[in-house]
Structures are given as C-alpha cells and as structure tokens.
Unconditional design. Structure first.
Length: 187
C-alpha cells in the first residue's frame, strides 16, 4: 500500500532527547505508505536522539519551528523519550503548533512521553488515550480517559505506550493519517 499517504505531508515535532525508534519507526512506515515527513524543531540544524539512557544519532531538522506553519502539513507526529516532550511543553510556539492541528481537525499521533506535550497544549480533556505508565496520572489529572492498551484512537488522535507497541501504533497512524481530518478532533 505504497500510495495510502500519497501527497500527505507529516510534521514530526521534536527537540533533542527523543527516543530514536519512536521517530524512525513511524517515520519509515509513513514514508513506505507514500507520505512525506518533515522534522520540525525549535532547533535550526540537528536534533539528537537517545537509545534508552544513551545519546545516539543526530537527525537533520527540515523546518525550524519558527518557520513552520501547521497549514503546510496534513498530520502531526510527536515521538516520546523523557527529554523531548519536557522541552517542547515549555515552548509556547510548540504548543500553538500542536493546538492548530486539533483546531483544524487534523490527525495527531503521540507515543510514550509524547502526550505530555498534548497536556500542556490543553487538548486531552475528555479524550481516550494511552501512554507510558509514568505519565498516566498526568493525563488523568488533565482530564484524559487513560487506558492500558498498545494503541488507542480517539477521533484522529493516536496514542501508544512504548517502543514494544510500535507495530500497532504504526498501523493506526497510517490508518488515521490516511483518513485525514476528523470533525471530532477539535480541542
């Protein structure tokens, strides 16, 4: 199904400290399905990944967050890792970028600690979601209906727990990104 996402542009919002496989695995699945991916970051040049507790590879930033417009993308992916979401959630421009996808009804996917960014963007209240267990209480306190499942989909929002769940996550990401806008996605 190499054409499911033909002509679809996907922003991957990240800062340093994302879990490498949580960016590369869904990115590769999106590209195999025909989509184009763009790393969007508050940094201008490269972002550095982690593999567990160790720093790993650098990835080129395609578009700086300062230059990025949500209107240029059909969907949004937020990889996890402990450091990445914590950095993004403190940047107003990143939160505005995320909110714009919800306001436009565009699909969004977040894995592991990635949903922390959604908490600060104030788009989780009333939504069915999952995440790494470490932020379960954070999501519940922000009004999400948390469940311990490999992947949860709620009106175009795809969330997942850990790298172990990537096959299920990638499948649902492709499905929701293919469907496009969801009327119930609004924040």
């Amino acid at each position: 199904m190499a054409d499911e996402l033909k002509d679809r542009r996907v922003a991957i919002l990240t800062a340093d400290g994302f879990e490498e496989i949580e960016l590369t695995s869904p990115r590769d699945a999106i590209q195999i399905a025909g989509g184009k991916t763009y790393i969007v970051s508050p940094k201008n040049d490269v972002v550095r990944a982690k593999k567990g507790n160790e720093w790993s590879l650098d990835f080129d930033v395609d578009v700086s967050l300062e230059q990025a417009s949500p209107d240029d993308y059909d969907a949004l992916l937020i990889p996890g890792g402990v450091i990445n979401p914590d950095k993004l959630r403190a940047i107003d421009k990143a939160l505005d970028f995320v909110k714009a996808f919800f306001d436009a009804g565009k699909p969004v996917a977040a894995i592991c600690h990635g949903p922390q960014v959604l908490i600060d963007a104030e788009v989780v209240a009333g939504r069915k979601m999952t995440s790494v267990k470490n932020i379960r209480k954070d999501l519940i306190n922000a009004g999400a209906r948390w469940e311990d499942s490999a992947v949860v989909v709620d009106q175009g929002l795809v969330t997942s727990r850990t790298p172990d769940d990537l096959p299920d996550f990638n499948e649902k990401v492709i499905e929701e990104f293919t469907e496009g806008k969801h009327a119930g996605q609004h924040a």
